[in-house]
Structure formats: C-alpha cells, structure tokens
Design a protein around this ligand. Structure first.
Ligand code: ZN
Length: 433
C-alpha cells in the first residue's frame, strides 16, 4: 500500500498516455487534465497545457472507469462456498443472509469494493442489506457508488415494513454524501407485492431517485407473479406505472418477447445484463436484441459463488454469450460491450452527465491500463484490447479526480487488512449457520 495522502483539490494533474479513449474514439499520444475532480482538458499531449503535476502513463491506455450496474458487495462471502446445489438465491443465499449484520456486511463489502476498484471499476450499483455498511465500505476504498437498501415484504431475509422504512431513511440521509448516490432498492415484484411496490415507486418519485430491482430473474418469480396477477412481471410493472420512472432492472432473462419490447420502449428503464451469472443459470438476456430495439443495456457482475468483480471480463463474456445465443458473431461487438460497461452503465444509474466517458466537464473517473504486458499484446484496436484487462493490467485509478489505485494497489486502505477482515467475517457467519 502507498502512504495515505489527503485529497488535494487545488492541484491540477495531467495524465499522459499512449492512448486515451474518448467518445469520438481512441486518440494516440494524448493527455487528460484533471482540475477540481473534473476533466478540464483532453487532447494531444503535444498541445497539452501545463499542470501542477504530470503522471506519466505513456506505457498505457487511459479509459473511462467502468460502471458495474448490479452488485451485491456484501454477498462476497458466497465466494467461500465453492460449488453449490439448488438455486443460488433461494436455496443458498437466503438461509445464510438472515444471520448477517452491519459489521459482517461491511467487511465483505470492503473486499468486494476493493476487488472491483483494482479491476478498473470506478462505480458500483449496489443492492443489499445493511446499505450503510455498503456506503461506508465504498467510501473507505474510494469507489463511487449507487446504493440502495434491499426492501421486501416477504420471503427475503430482513423483510418487512421496517425494510421499506430503512430504505427511505437511507436515501434521506445520503442525499449529499460524497460519492454515494442513493437509490430505492425493492428486491423484486414477487417478494414485494404490487401494492407495496407501488408505494415504494411513489417514494422514489417524491425523493427524485431511481429504483433498482430484480426483474424476471427466475422461473419461480415468473410463476409466482403469474399465479398472483395473471401476467408476467414486466407486464405487471408496466400496469402499475413502474416503467414510467427511472428504473434499473436487473436480469430480465426470464422476460417474454413482449416484455422485452416493453422494457426497450420505456426510455426511463435500463436493463442490466450479467453474462456470467446468467450463463451459470442456463440463460442469457437477449442483450443484443434489446439494444437493437432501443433499450439501454448496462453490464453487471451481480454475485454467485463463482463470480468475480471484473467488469471487463463480463464485457468479453457478453460478446461470447450473445454469439452463442444468436449464432451471429457480430450480434454484440467488443465496442458495444465497452459502451455498455461505461456510458451505458452511467446512463442506467442517472449519471450520464457526470461519468461514463472521458470528456471535458465530466468527473474524472478514469483508469490507466498497462499495454506493456503480454496479455495486452498484440492489439489493433485499443478499445478492443481493453476487454483483456484486469487487476494485473490496471495500474492507476482516479475517482472524482482522486488517485485511489496506484501501481496496482489501493491508496486509501491496506489490502491485507481488508482480506483478513473478510476472512474473519466469513468464519463468524459460517459459525452462525
Ligand atoms: Zn442481484
């Protein structure tokens, strides 16, 4: 770990790289100037203005930080399970999640947030119990977060009216927390019921925050909703007006064709594709088709025992899975996947004007990836080679202009202590049940 340094907002920083990925495409031998946490200038290094400090990344590629649009950071304990049987959510997670508390969730969320940051993710959209623990963890490691407290009225651990009140209270308390963007996070339609969900949706409109929820994520959810309401989950969401307000809809891989059209035709709705998790459950969201018919699709890592928080790997998996699903090698390009992992994710959480691309005026959430490594060479297109990057290639990460990863290590927190705390928390949780 590097020594901990206070945040400086009065210093301008110029980052010089061999490539900078801008919305217009990659620019060779280019620089980005950061001032007051924002991107103040982008262009050829030969024409770059002077700055108080210059960071030499001429060995690498400067890309926008990734936006992981669906995470459960506090669920990183499931990595310790190994192979499991049954449905991960209903049969594996829920029985143990009832034993969680704030401190355990914080320890797990710290390891997960650190893993994401070290892999080049600069913003996570988190949905879990004890949301304060998630906000504390993301703040500690220095990653931006979009956070909501998991709410449910039945089945889910920690459910009940109190979960709705906690979720609303969380939003009200974190309206101005630096780098934490609060949301309301109902679990799903089957675990909320339409009445309570309508109430939460009204609260989201009152508070001016998006909804983040699971939509058509399992056969069981679809069957329960069909039995209770006589239609599919997306159809019911449309009926009660939830598709008419900002909604981050995770998964939808069990939505019908007609329901995918409903999602695509709702401009305030974004769908989150989690390729590895979907593949592990034997499904794939038809992400390429959803984009083709006008939907915004973001990428997420979600959480299952075999999952890791490496969004660039998910981008590559998305391309491969869409090829398998459609039989068309060009169904989803690496460039499409890059857009989904950056600007698409930013739009999905309502931060399109602030993050997701490297352009003047946006917050400086940027990542320097090493190109001088065997895993990254040879390459033709610097955007495409980005999907080969991971923790071994991520050299530096800036979030809101603050350098939070340097030389491949966290700047603000000791990595060893994060790992030890997560391991101790695992032992405690597994003793409980
Ligand atoms: Zn999920």
């Amino acid at each position: 770990m590097s020594s901990v340094r206070p945040m400086r907002t009065d210093v301008t920083t110029r980052i010089d790289a061999s490539w900078v990925i801008t919305p217009e495409g990659p620019v060779a031998d280019a620089s980005v100037v950061v001032a007051d946490g924002a991107i103040a200038w982008v262009g050829a290094t030969s024409a770059a203005p002077l700055a108080d400090e210059v960071v030499d990344c001429s060995w690498g590629l400067l890309a926008p930080g990734l936006v992981d649009a669906h995470t459960h950071l506090g669920l990183s304990w499931s990595k310790a399970l190994g192979p499991t049987t049954g449905h991960p959510v209903y049969d594996v997670f829920w029985p143990r999640e009832s034993s969680l508390d704030h401190d355990l969730v914080k320890a797990f969320a710290m390891s997960s947030a650190a893993e994401a940051l070290l892999a080049g993710t600069t913003c996570v959209a988190d949905h879990y119990f004890f949301a304060d623990a998630s906000a504390e963890a993301t703040t500690a490691v220095g990653i931006r977060s979009f956070v909501g407290e998991t709410m449910a009225t039945r089945y889910v651990p920690h459910h009940g009216r109190a979960s709705i009140e906690r979720g609303i209270d969380f939003v009200e308390r974190h309206r101005s927390t630096h780098l934490v963007h609060p949301a309301l996070a109902p679990h799903a339609l089957d675990t909320m019921g339409a009445e309570a969900l309508s109430e939460v949706a009204a609260e989201a409109r009152r508070l001016g925050v998006p909804l983040h929820m699971h939509v058509a994520q399992s056969d069981r959810e679809v069957a329960d909703v069909q039995a209770e309401y006589g239609c599919g989950p997306v159809e019911k969401l449309a009926e009660i007006g939830v598709l008419d307000q900002p909604l981050l809809a995770a998964h939808a891989m069990h939505a019908s064709e007609g329901e995918l059209d409903l999602l695509a035709r709702s401009p305030s709705v974004s769908t989150v594709y989690c390729p590895t998790v979907h593949a592990g459950l034997g499904r794939s969201l038809p992400a390429a088709r959803l984009r083709l018919i006008g939907g915004n699709v973001a990428l997420g890592t979600d959480a299952v025992p075999t999952q890791r928080r490496k969004l660039a790997s998910e981008a590559r998996a998305a391309v491969i899975c869409q090829q398998v699903l459609t039989g068309d090698a060009g169904a989803l390009s690496l460039l499409d996947a890059f857009e989904m992992a950056t600007a698409g994710g930013a739009a999905a959480i309502g931060l399109a004007n602030q993050i997701g691309t490297i352009e003047v005026g946006k917050r400086a959430d940027v990542v320097a990836h090493r190109l001088d490594q065997p895993a990254m060479a040879p390459f033709t297109d610097p955007v495409e080679v980005w999907t080969c990057s991971g923790p071994d290639q991520v050299h530096s990460v800036w979030v809101d202009g603050r350098r939070v990863v340097e030389d491949g290590h966290l700047v603000l927190v000791d990595e060893g202590s994060i790992a030890r705390s997560a391991q101790a928390a695992r032992a405690k949780l597994f003793l409980r049940n």
